[in-house]
Design a protein around this ligand. Structure first.
Ligand code: ADP
Ligand code: MG
Length: 384
């Protein structure tokens, strides 16, 4: 699927060529998990898998939406139909973006949209952010708004939080909007300051595999809420705005102050050590020591499994098997309770490693995972 194909289908659907074609990628988080709602650090990079949208302006305020990946015809939304909570279909994502732009005072009067995406949905790779950001960038460009990537990301987050009703942090949209090829994005979720960190795996004979377990445990939403509330409680008990404000050097003292709050203590320990792992990863990559981030990723997994307790048997199986088959490092990525794990490995070990993981899943009587390579790729951009 490329720009031309999407543009041709647009022309078939709407009877005129699109004004332009835009792309926005899905993402993988290299390190920095469950830190975003604690004002902490994250480090995603963009995937080659992306959403592509062909778009033209309209002057009547109507939004017409079509996805190649969803059955059904063009969905037409009149201007007064754009209201949070009203739409529970896939169209809520692009419609929410138009709503958020209008709400912020931007004169977006309507659009015809056809899109197609190669980002797998529900695998923790943020197909939803790709969808939002591609629409935001197209509308920004067509209506000459000139908004920077981080601002588009904020509007997309608002669309997802308020219009779609999903309580997500700011990482996914910022990654999709701002990542650069061959780099990971070191993002401070408190002030959205960001740095591009060189992360060119191929040049070093390395590969990063995404292993999508294809499981999603049903209780994940409720557990996310509990972890979030527990972190807020920890911050309140320690008298800080967010757990990000506990310095790594002061961790032991902070834990001691939490007294018999064992559950909160574990959550605090994960968040504070995870922020430190992000900073360590940045330092190693800056020093050109990419292989050395492997053990940091693995430490992160242990912390998510034992302290934050958001892993699951399938994710642990990927990590344990990959490490035993020679991976440099491995960890669950995303919110947990299913979804994907990442594995850092020598390029020469990838085939054996993949086979070993697949065999372990078969032996455990589990559905085969989907394994693919994650190449640090470009963020959102105009294609045509
Ligand atoms: P993810 O982890 O992939 O972001 P979400 O549940 O947040 O999972 O978002 C997935 C939803 O985004 C899908 O259920 C669908 O509503 C929407 N979506 C993603 N990709 C497409 C697409 N190509 N066409 C239409 N809707 C899409
Ligand atoms: Mg999503």
């Amino acid at each position: 699927m490329g720009a031309q194909q999407v543009a041709e289908r647009f022309t078939e659907l709407y009877g005129a060529e699109p004004e332009g074609v835009w792309a926005a990628p899905g993402r993988v988080n290299l390190i920095g998990e469950h830190t975003d709602y604690n004002d902490g650090f994250v480090m995603p990079f963009a995937l080659p898998q992306q959403a592509i949208a062909a778009v033209s302006r309209r002057t009547d305020g109507i939004l017409r939406l079509h996805s190649a990946d969803i059955e059904g015809g063009v969905v037409e939304l009149p201007p007064d139909a754009l209201e949070p909570g009203r739409d529970t279909d896939w169209t809520a994502y692009p419609a929410g973006v138009a709503w958020a732009l209008r709400e912020a005072g931007h004169g977006v009067t309507g659009a015809d949209v056809h899109l197609s995406s190669t980002v797998p949905t529900g695998a923790g790779l943020s197909s939803s952010a790709a969808l939002e950001v591609v629409i935001a960038l197209a509308l920004d460009d067509l209506y000459g708004l000139g908004l920077p990537g981080w601002k588009l990301a904020r509007l997309c987050q608002r669309a997802e939080n308020v219009y779609v009703g999903a309580p997500t942090g700011i990482m996914d949209q910022t990654a999709s909007a701002c990542c650069e090829q061959g780099h990971a994005l070191f993002l401070d979720t408190r002030d959205l300051s960001q740095q591009q960190i060189p992360f060119d795996l191929a040049a070093e004979g390395l590969r990063l595999l995404v292993v999508d377990t294809q499981v999603k445990h049903a209780h994940s939403g409720g557990e996310y809420g509990k972890r979030r509330a527990g972190c807020e409680k920890g911050a309140a008990l320690l008298g800080v705005d967010a757990l990000r404000d506990i310095p790594y050097a002061g961790l032991d003292a902070a834990l001691a102050r939490l007294g018999d709050e064992e559950e909160v203590r574990r959550l605090v320990r994960h968040v504070v050590t995870e922020d430190e792992r992000v900073e360590r990863t940045v330092a190693l990559l800056r020093a050109g020591d990419t292989r050395a981030i492997g053990p940091v990723l693995t430490e992160g997994h242990a912390s998510l499994r034992d302290d934050f307790r958001v892993s699951c048997p399938e994710l642990d199986l990927v990590v344990d098997t990959a490490l035993s088959a020679g991976a440099l490092g491995a960890r669950m990525t995303g919110g947990g309770f299913g979804g994907s794990a990442i594995v850092l490995a020598e390029a020469t070990d990838v085939d054996t490693l993949t086979k070993t993981v697949e065999e372990a899943f078969a032996a455990a009587g589990r559905t085969a995972p989907r394994v693919f390579e994650a190449v640090p790729s470009a963020g959102a951009r105009r294609l045509v």
